[in-house]
Design a protein around this ligand. Structure first.
Ligand code: ADP
Length: 163
């Protein structure tokens, strides 16, 4: 069974993330979506809230049971991946801006554990410019982001911003 870890902040999960998951399931038997527990990034949603929204989003996708698992982690990603029996790290690639950072991370992770490969999937063109940070900013200013996030996420964004 091929297992990949899809790590990220997911603050919150967007349709860009779910598109990567959908494509990832073509290549992997199981994907563990792993929320990075990193308070220094000052997340809008707690780890639990983010995990709940990911579960709701994957339910919406109608994925077969057992193909997606939602978890959280801290510490080194390669250690987490190894502890979960995953040989691959899945990441999504958007515009040029992602490339340098992702290349740096993939090389560092390979240096730390050469047995774990990072695999990239290109962003869906419909969500190429969608980023959690931008979605939060637009929602904060009262813009409509309901097309860009899974159905369960939009009301939670509104609630956070008292709208
Ligand atoms: P991180 O803080 O680790 O970048 P994110 O939640 O922003 O966490 O992103 C997690 C992964 O999902 C990254 O590989 C990122 O490039 C990818 N990703 C984020 N938004 C999109 C999108 N709109 N389309 C494709 N991939 C995306």
């Amino acid at each position: 069974m091929t297992v990949a870890v899809y790590p990220g902040s997911f603050d919150p999960i967007t349709k860009g993330h779910t598109a990567i998951l959908k494509s990832g399931l073509v290549a992997f038997d199981k994907i563990i979506v792993a929320v990075l527990n990193n308070e220094s990034k000052k997340p809008l949603f707690s780890v639990e809230e983010r995990m709940d929204m990911i579960r709701a989003a994957t339910d919406e996708m109608g994925v077969e049971d057992g193909k997606i698992e939602v978890d959280s982690f801290d510490g080194l990603l390669v250690n987490y991946a190894r502890s979960r029996g995953a040989r691959c790290i899945l990441r999504g690639l958007r515009a040029v801006a992602d490339f340098e950072y992702e290349l740096q991370m993939a090389n560092m992770n390979r240096h730390l554990n050469p047995e774990i490969e990072t695999v990239f999937i290109m962003a869906d063109d419909a969500y190429f410019y969608v980023a959690s940070t931008l979605v939060k900013e637009v929602a904060r200013l009262g813009g409509d982001v309901s097309d860009l996030v899974p159905a369960a996420v939009a009301p939670r964004l509104l609630a956070k911003f008292d709208r």
